[in-house]
Design a protein around this ligand. Structure first.
Ligand code: AMP
Ligand code: MG
Length: 411
């Protein structure tokens, strides 16, 4: 990372994404793959439905026998058998007869329509049919939904509930996808305490590790939250090396400023494979990225201020995780919205402004919430979006169109 000038956000995202390779895919049980992109073209190996079956509870008939049936001139047919769903014995029937049939049961050979029970007297030995079906009516034909050889999912398609249902319906128990990346989240700081513990006048609760681990999960990753690590270099070094075995990516918070006791920067600068630089953004200027350990595990070191930490996660860690999952686009796309309230913006750094996003009859709009401070978690929790203000802008005026990252949304 050049030290003479700040990187742009785009440069830093590109640097991260290009340095990471998607995790190798393997066959996974269907539910494990929820929310992941499929890594194969999935072709149907069976027809759906697999056999002609009834869409209704009723009577399988030959259409020509019942074509004229009406209330005034009902048709009477003997009932020669019964077919329930799951029944393997396939009846054949001849003209002039009927078979009682349940929804999903195979339609007997020779039948070409099903009369719903509501159009009959419901007879068991013989049935009176009061209304004529159309030819083929209430019969679901083999292959009418999916045909053998049909492309069901293209490589890269997202496996949501409906896609997984389709995989199961064609008999797949597994599907090829990249594993969910394992993200180890560590927060550093001698002042940090676990929520639930008592606080001294000089200590604060560790919010970042919960927020970042939750954000990693929301991105589709597996998150391991490591307990608080103090600002002791040896402790951080040990904690990090213990965690590497289960990490596809390590995300740290805190300890990367220019102050004393900035343990992450101190320890990782010695290693030489992590670069610390500054990105022209606000909040989130100090950013580190590199690789650690024998397996060259990628690590992102985020600043400790909660808002900076969150924004940095959204802007850098989300693309990193999606890159590991092979989930494009890596970056959350912005949407255009009308900014309902003006504000000033320091030039030279891309601003990420906490805001409420909504839509109404006039379209999408956004209103900044709260102050500028990077420590203001209350405002952050109230926000559901970040307005992205270009580096060169010095102000946003009320009514102006702005670019917005709408948070907590699938993309
Ligand atoms: P640092 O980057 O370590 O200098 O931290 C910057 C600011 O963020 C300080 O006020 C820290 O107390 C605060 N901070 C650091 N880590 C956390 C955390 N895990 N949870 C909440 N606040 C934090
Ligand atoms: Mg600190």
């Amino acid at each position: 990372m050049p030290t003479d000038r700040l990187s742009t956000v785009d440069e830093h995202v590109d640097r991260i994404v290009e340095a990471l390779a998607p995790l190798p895919p393997y066959d996974q049980p269907l539910l494990e793959a929820l929310g992941l992109p499929v890594c194969e073209d999935v072709v149907a190996e069976v027809d759906l439905p697999g056999f002609d079956n009834s869409a209704m509870d009723g009577y399988a008939v030959c259409f020509s026998d019942v074509a004229t049936a009406s209330e005034d001139q009902p048709v009477h047919l003997p009932v020669v058998g019964e077919m329930a769903a799951g029944q393997s014995r396939l009846l054949a029937m001849s003209p002039g007869t009927s078979v009682r049939i349940m929804t999903g049961a195979p339609v007997p050979q020779g039948a070409d329509a099903v009369v719903p029970v509501e159009w009959t007297d419901g007879g068991l030995a013989s049935v009176r049919i009061n209304r004529a079906p159309r030819e083929g009516e209430h019969v679901r034909s083999r292959g009418e939904d999916v045909r053998t050889g049909e492309l069901l999912l293209r490589d890269g398609a997202l496996l949501g509930p409906r896609q997984l249902g389709l995989m199961a319906s064609v008999g797949r128990s597994q599907v090829r996808s990249r594993p969910r990346p394992r993200i180890v989240v560590m927060s550093t700081g001698a002042e940090l305490r676990e929520p639930g513990a008592s606080l001294g006048y000089d200590s604060i609760y560790d919010s970042n590790s919960y927020m970042l681990a939750a954000a990693a999960r929301a991105t589709g990753a597996i998150a391991y939250r490591v307990g608080i690590v103090s600002d002791e270099p040896a402790e951080f070094r040990d904690a990090l090396s213990d965690q590497l075995v289960r990490a596809d990516l390590v995300v740290t918070s805190g300890g990367v400023s220019k102050g004393a006791y900035d343990v992450v920067k101190e320890v990782l600068s010695e290693v030489g494979t992590v670069s610390f630089g500054e990105v022209a953004m606000q909040p989130g200027k100090p950013q580190g990225f590199g690789f650690v350990g024998e397996d060259r595990t990628p690590i992102l070191t985020l600043p400790g201020n909660p808002v900076s930490s969150y924004v940095s996660f959204e802007v850098f860690a989300v693309p990193a995780i999606r890159r590991l999952m092979g989930h494009e686009p890596y970056r959350r796309p912005t949407v255009t919205a009308e900014c309902r309230q003006g504000f000033s913006s320091a030039p030279g750094r891309e601003q990420y402004v906490r805001a409420r996003y909504d839509t109404d009859a006039r379209g999408a709009h956004v209103t900044p919430v709260g102050g500028h401070g990077s420590h203001l978690l209350g405002d952050l929790a109230e926000a559901n979006a970040l307005v992205v203000v270009p580096a060169e802008a010095t102000a946003v005026h009320g009514g102006e169109a702005v670019q917005v990252l709408v948070l907590d949304r699938d993309f």
